[in-house]
Design a protein around this ligand. Structure first.
Ligand SMILES: NC(=O)c1ccc[n+]([C@@H]2O[C@H](COP(=O)([O-])OP(=O)(O)OC[C@H]3O[C@@H](n4cnc5c(N)ncnc54)[C@H](O)[C@@H]3O)[C@@H](O)[C@H]2O)c1
Length: 426
């Protein structure tokens, strides 16, 4: 669409690639199992149970208390208790053998998502995975291959792609509002130090992540929306990256303050840098500046931030305010508040489901992570965030670590679409 036509166009018909129908009361049953019924798994399970067609025959967690809470939740919602699986870390495989399970939600610690999702697809289950999708390139490829070979739906539950403002920016980008896109800046900057330890001082999975890995270990909340704006794997692709990291110190300091300078916690040798910055180049030459920081002391509320730059317009979301500037429409040299644009370019998903969605977590975005998966499975539509996208976004984890190890040297990002990104433009 040329720019003049775009500026004269209203929202009608613009960039509605994700249009969805409401789920209906008479949809056929969908039998969903959950692996990992901790905070996130239980939250998403609760949301799934608001869809009448969802039945839950089985749940799995190695922690019996959390498993029993989730079993009670399902029993109260559906009248029948699901079978629980809690005989150790591989018991999920017994659950996957059931032939009365159509789909699986994987909401275990991040380090387990890749293996469990591959196993679920290979067992013939549609799979919805929490973020990130995988920790290694082998797992990334494993997801792509098992999705293809199984013919089942795989979706990454990247809720940040479904924030109202992020979908509105996607509509604008797809309609050409910013002109050709050249640059984006985004980051996940969230003080998670308190989540690294249990009350008794043992490390949580988030703490183990920081102990065992360096690099950007949580890239998808920030990169996911940007990749969708830039048409990554749909006309462009992530091609290479280089990462620089600060020293590690903030979590150590926190551990010493909380548990004592001589405590075992204060002696843990954490691998994760306080902050990492990754520069990504796309095949078409756009640049993404991606920051990750989970341990620096800072106010809690802002977690993600975004900037998008095109030849004729720009968008900025600091996490506290969103602004936009469009050549020929905005006053010269002056940012405009984004709110009127968010209304004008509201995505069809929010028009259809906004009232229901806004009751869910993360600004209503959590609703769509479930709703879009159920719709794709029920209607046999392409996954909104398939394995190739999940793999490209998650490959930042091992590749940023490799770049840091190599002194910031560029690393090639595999083409997980195996060439299909060129044909998938538009
Ligand atoms: N999208 C979001 O906004 C968002 C928010 C929070 C968490 N998350 C993601 O959700 C995932 C879970 O996070 P959480 O905060 O719920 O953590 P959590 O620790 O509360 O829950 C994880 C659960 O997995 C269970 N588990 C561990 N190993 C298992 C195994 N082998 N088999 C079965 N169960 C196992 C644990 O006992 C625990 O109950 C993480 O990957 C995290 O990144 C996403």
């Amino acid at each position: 669409m040329d720019r003049r036509r775009f500026l004269a166009t209203t929202t009608a018909g613009l960039g509605m690639g994700l249009a969805a129908e409401s789920l209906t009361q008479d949809a056929p049953p969908l039998r969903l199992a959950v692996i990992g019924t901790g905070g996130r798994g239980t939250g998403l399970l609760r949301l799934a149970l608001t869809f009448p067609e969802v039945q839950v025959p089985a749940l799995c967690d190695i922690h019996e208390g959390r498993l029993n809470n989730a079993i009670t939740l399902v029993r109260e919602a559906r009248g029948a208790a699901p079978e629980g699986y809690s005989r150790g870390p591989l018991d999920y495989r017994r659950l996957l053998e059931r032939d009365d399970v159509d789909a699986v939600l994987v909401a275990t610690p991040m380090q387990l998502h890749g293996r469990m999702s591959i196993d679920a697809l290979r067992a013939g289950k549609h799979t919805l995975s929490e973020v990130a999708a995988a920790m290694t390139l082998d797992e990334c490829w494993g997801l792509v291959r098992s999705e293809r070979e199984s013919g089942k739906t795989y979706m990454l539950a990247e809720n940040c792609c479904y924030y109202g403002q992020n979908l509105a920016v996607r509509n604008m980008a797809e309609a050409g509002a910013f002109g050709e896109l050249t640059y984006a800046e985004c980051g996940y900057v969230h003080d998670c130090r308190a989540l690294a330890f249990e009350g008794d001082g043992t490390l949580t999975w988030r703490g183990e992540l920081g102990r065992d890995h360096n690099g950007n270990v949580y890239p998808t909340h920030s990169l996911g929306p940007v990749a969708q704006w830039l048409g990554i794997n749909r006309g462009d692709r992530l091609e290479s990256l280089a990462t620089m990291a600060t020293p590690t110190g903030s979590l150590h300091r926190y551990a010493a303050q909380r548990f004592g300078a001589d405590s075992p916690q204060a002696k843990i040798d954490f691998a994760l840098a306080d902050s990492t910055s990754t520069l990504i180049r796309t095949a078409r030459g756009a640049v993404i500046d991606l920051r990750f920081d989970m341990y620096s002391a800072r106010p809690h509320p802002s977690t993600t931030y975004f900037t998008l730059q095109g030849l004729t317009g720009a968008y900025s979301d600091t996490g506290r305010q969103q602004e936009v500037w469009l050549e020929g429409r905005s006053p010269q040299y002056e940012w405009e508040p984004f709110a009127p644009y968010a209304g004008e370019f509201q995505h069809d998903l929010w028009k259809r489901h906004g009232a229901q969605a806004s009751q869910s977590g993360h600004g209503g975005a959590d609703f769509f992570a479930i709703q879009q998966f159920l719709e794709a499975v029920r209607e046999g539509k392409p996954s909104p965030i398939p394995a190739a996208d999940a793999a490209a976004w998650s490959s930042i984890i091992p590749l940023s670590a490799a770049s840091i190890r190599a002194g910031g040297a560029p690393q090639a990002i595999p083409d997980f679409t195996e060439g299909r990104w060129r044909a998938a433009a538009g």
